[in-house]
Design a protein. Structure first.
Length: 251
């Protein structure tokens, strides 16, 4: 597969899509609460994007039927939105991709619903910290292995496992572009990072086994031991001045 480097203009296009994703996550952070259903959230996200001239790029991708992936508790990713109300103590990861004028931006966030336990809060903090550790390594001259090693080391230091089956990826005109971004690995290994690359960094971590299984719907992935999982994802541009998060919203 060929590596497609983005120009500054290309990255501006991705950033515009990223701003819509960021604004949508910010709005979701105020809407997610006990009693809300992930199907309601899915409809909200689709309307939010359409009202701003963007398309929810996940909907229809390889037959996926929804605008978001909504993964609750022991679902690691690709969960189908449904009509089951969220309960206090749950966690839910909402993953979305906006396509604006042909440029795509991708971000996932794990949200705590109502009052959660200290163990759940620690899992969420560790997942976010693991993503940020990976992003710090996203500089020209480093390798994909540097990102993966940083993510894995940060997660395992606190006793968590990294789900290895699901990876980050290049993004731009395509939803999944070269290269694959593993969230585990060895320093100095893999594809070398270059200015102009745009990738997603999106580790999934769990307190239990990293092994997963796919539900009969062909999409929903769950932990084999029922352990809960958390995921954070940003779309990141590799620049000479360091990593630039194109989907930042939490500040």
């Amino acid at each position: 597969m060929a590596l497609e480097l983005k120009t500054r203009e290309n990255i501006r296009g991705i950033r515009k899509a990223g701003r819509i994703v960021a604004a949508c996550h910010r709005a979701l952070s105020r809407r997610l609460a006990p009693g809300v259903t992930t199907q309601e959230i899915d409809r909200f996200v689709e309307r939010f994007m359409l009202d701003r001239g963007a398309i929810p790029a996940q909907k229809g991708y390889k037959g996926y039927p929804y605008a978001t992936c909504a993964s609750v508790n022991d679902v690691v990713c690709h969960g189908f939105p449904d009509t089951e109300p969220l309960e206090s103590g749950d966690i839910v990861t909402i993953d979305m991709v906006a396509d604006l004028d042909g440029w795509k931006a991708d971000s996932a966030w794990t949200y705590a619903i109502g009052k959660t336990t200290s163990a759940t809060d620690k899992l969420i903090r560790a997942a976010k910290a693991s993503m940020l550790a990976g992003i710090k390594q996203a500089v020209p001259g480093n390798c994909i292995g540097d990102i993966g090693h940083a993510v894995q080391s940060r997660a395992e230091r606190e006793g968590y496992s990294v789900v290895k089956m699901f990876v980050g990826h290049g993004i731009g005109r395509g939803l999944h572009e070269y290269p694959q971004v593993d969230h585990f690995g060895v320093k100095g290994d893999g594809v070398r990072l270059e200015e102009g690359m745009v990738i997603t960094i999106e580790p999934i971590i769990t307190k239990g086994s990293a092994d997963i299984f796919i539900m009969p719907d062909g999409w929903t992935a769950k932990t084999v031991d029922g352990a809960w999982a958390a995921q954070f994802e940003h779309t990141v541009a590799i620049t000479k001045n360091g990593p630039v998060i194109l989907t930042r919203w939490e500040e």
